[in-house]
Ligand binder design. Structure first.
Ligand code: SF4
Length: 357
């Protein structure tokens, strides 16, 4: 066997749960020769959907009980979602500014893989849950986007971003269709490999077991890159998880933070190293301190009402410390004008459109 040590990039969603249960089943039934070690690395963004996260914890314990290794992988304190946003002032992620996936999932996972490689002294085989599924015939490219094929956020990135010196990647369900994933999770998974029916719970979160809306994409709670948070809507449609309803207030909060009155703007003079103007000289940037403190209070209130842990005491203290230290993202120092103030628009060629108000 080319690789003595395997790892699985797991996040508790449907694709990585499928890979995990398929691989363990293949090993334990002798269909595939067992590696010397199998380590399940769970990417914990601290924004995991509570029922899925609880299920994932259960699955990790079952993995350990079966003699394999399981490890939670979190971003460093300053890189966590709310610390980065409210402490450093970086605006909420969006489809045009997707800082979250590399920072919350990929970098911590690559760091954990490097530590494993160093521990075992050799390169790993990293198994991911990436699928190209239905689009395989017309699009052989790995889906990095988590909106594609209802893919699970992060899996395509693990596949493409894992450095070759650390691990090679393999996607065992690359050509599985979505329906095959559901068939496996809801019925085909052999008894004993269904993690005490927890794979079926995953299906229910996606709305696969009742008349709830299907095709939810899972990832972080209130992912700002999805057009709707169908997974959260599916969850709170169930009486036992209705208490999570305050989490629906997060996406409107992010939308509010994106508005000009909560942000600074470049004044039209920003240049590149060669002295030419940047492509968007009046771009909007970070969140003001007032906006950050307001939003911090709102999130603390939401988490209290939803009885979840979005910002813990250590993270809150670090956010307040970074604000007290007047921390801004790289390239900003807080002297920039408020984005809602009238301004003369400057174009990359230096021409100006005067403010006529
Ligand atoms: S689920 Fe959404 S918020 Fe979370 S890392 Fe992926 S794109 Fe970003």
């Amino acid at each position: 066997m080319a690789y003595k040590h395997w790892a699985i990039g797991f996040s508790g969603g449907k694709d990585s749960s499928t890979v995990l249960s398929v691989v363990i089943w293949l090993i334990e039934t002798g269909r595939v020769k067992a590696p010397e070690s199998l380590t399940v690395l769970m990417s914990d963004t601290r924004l995991e959907m509570p029922p899925l996260f609880a299920t994932a914890q259960k699955i990790l314990q079952e993995v350990r009980d079966r003699g394999h290794k399981a490890q939670l992988v979190q971003p460093t304190l300053d890189d966590r979602f709310f610390v980065y946003m409210f402490g450093r002032g970086v605006p909420p992620p969006s489809n045009t500014f997707r800082w979250c996936t590399p920072q919350l999932k990929i970098e911590p996972m690559v760091g954990a893989l490097k530590a494993l490689r160093d521990h075992y002294g050799q390169k790993f085989l990293m198994l991911t849950g990436v699928r190209i599924g239905e689009s395989a015939a017309r699009d052989a490219r790995i889906a990095v986007s988590c909106g594609k094929n209802n893919s699970e956020c992060g899996q395509g990135w693990f596949q493409e971003s894992t450095p070759e010196a650390v691990a090679d990647t393999l996607a065992p369900i690359l050509h599985w269709r979505l329906c095959q994933v559901w068939d496996w999770l809801t019925g085909l998974v052999p008894e004993g490999y269904d993690h005490g029916f927890s794979t079926k719970l995953i299906a229910s979160v996606y709305g696969q077991d009742e008349d709830l809306e299907t095709h939810a994409r899972t990832g972080c709670i209130a992912c700002n890159l999805a057009s709707r948070d169908v997974a959260l809507e599916n969850i709170i449609a169930r009486p036992q998880w209705r208490y999570l309803a305050p989490l629906l207030e997060l996406r409107p909060l992010y939308a509010e933070l994106k508005k000009p009155h909560n942000r600074l703007r470049k004044d039209g003079t920003e240049t590149r190293r060669d002295g030419s103007l940047v492509s968007n000289p009046c771009r909007m940037g970070p969140l003001t301190f007032e906006a950050r403190l307001w939003a911090l209070d709102r999130v603390l209130d939401i988490q209290a009402r939803a009885r979840v842990d979005l910002i813990n005491a250590e993270e809150e203290a670090r956010i307040r410390e970074l604000i007290a230290l007047q921390t801004w993202p790289r390239g900003w120092d807080g002297t920039e004008p408020l984005a809602s103030l009238p301004f003369d628009n400057v174009f990359p060629d230096g021409s100006k459109q005067p403010n006529l108000i």
